[in-house]
Design a protein around this ligand. Structure first.
Ligand SMILES: Nc1ncnc2c1ncn2[C@@H]1O[C@H](COP(=O)(O)OP(=O)(O)O)[C@@H](O)[C@H]1O
Ligand SMILES: [Mg+2]
Length: 223
């Protein structure tokens, strides 16, 4: 099933409950992103960037307001439907690669495919790894790879199921300049190939400028 990968957020408020009361992480965010485009989110720590990715990706529900992807109001889906939507349509990449340490790269990528019922995903996984320059490392464990190679593998896992939305939260934050540039190259190439919408949080101004649009988030508000 293919979806229209446009994103529409309307007056989104997210409050996290804490022992000392609610913390407002997003304070009335409205944002429209065209399907197939790319947006960089910059801003200070604690400004709400990860929370924003979380509500787009269906990891969290807004306290108020709506989040639509294509025509679907994901903030109103049941937990189970939201999980299904996330698994099929969203690819996540974080600062830490989060690869499972006891699975090879091939198995890490294949797991993503098998979650979508593609049990014979070995050929696809190998093809994805090859496309990202990792064919020779398919049977290695994550611990036996460099940080740059692991993050490339994390990109492979995130895009293997051809998600229409790619959400990257400081994907190059733990990499040196050369590896960081390589991972951004990959992300942009994969985004174009799949025709996905890419939302990327970054502190790197150079990386942010490579995306089609930049927005700034501070104190839960866009500017
Ligand atoms: N799960 C949570 N529980 C309580 N407060 C949270 C939680 N997640 C984020 N926050 C708070 O919400 C605000 C925004 O956090 P976050 O979205 O992580 O910002 P950023 O990614 O820009 O650093 C911060 O004040 C943070 O402490
Ligand atoms: Mg964050």
């Amino acid at each position: 099933m293919s979806i229209d990968a446009s994103i529409t957020m309307d007056s989104v408020i997210v409050e996290h409950q804490t022992a000392s009361g609610p913390v407002r992480a997003l304070d009335g965010v409205s944002l429209t992103v065209d399907g197939g485009s790319s947006v960089a989110i910059t801003g200070p720590s604690g400004g709400g960037k990860s929370t924003l990715l979380g509500v787009i990706g269906g990891l969290a529900r807004p306290t108020w307001g709506s989040v639509r992807i294509g025509g679907a109001e994901i903030s109103e889906l049941s937990e189970r439907d939201r999980c299904d939507f996330r698994r099929r349509h969203i690819g996540f990449i974080y600062q830490a690669d989060n690869l499972l340490p006891f699975l090879t790269l091939l198995e890490n990528v294949g797991l993503q495919l098998s979650l979508n019922g593609k049990s014979s995903g070995t050929g696809t996984s190998l093809a994805v790894l090859a496309e990202l320059g990792l064919a020779g490392l398919a049977y290695r464990l994550p611990d036996h790879l460099s940080g740059g190679q692991r993050q490339r593998a994390a990109v492979a896992r995130a895009i293997a199921h051809q998600p229409k939305i790619i959400l990257a939260d400081e994907p190059t934050g733990a990499l040196d300049t050369a590896n960081a540039a390589g991972v951004i190259d990959l992300l942009l190439a994969m985004q174009r190939e799949i025709g996905a919408t890419l939302i990327m949080v970054t502190h790197d101004r150079g990386a942010a400028k490579r995306l089609s649009r930049q927005v700034h988030l501070r104190d839960g508000r866009l500017s």
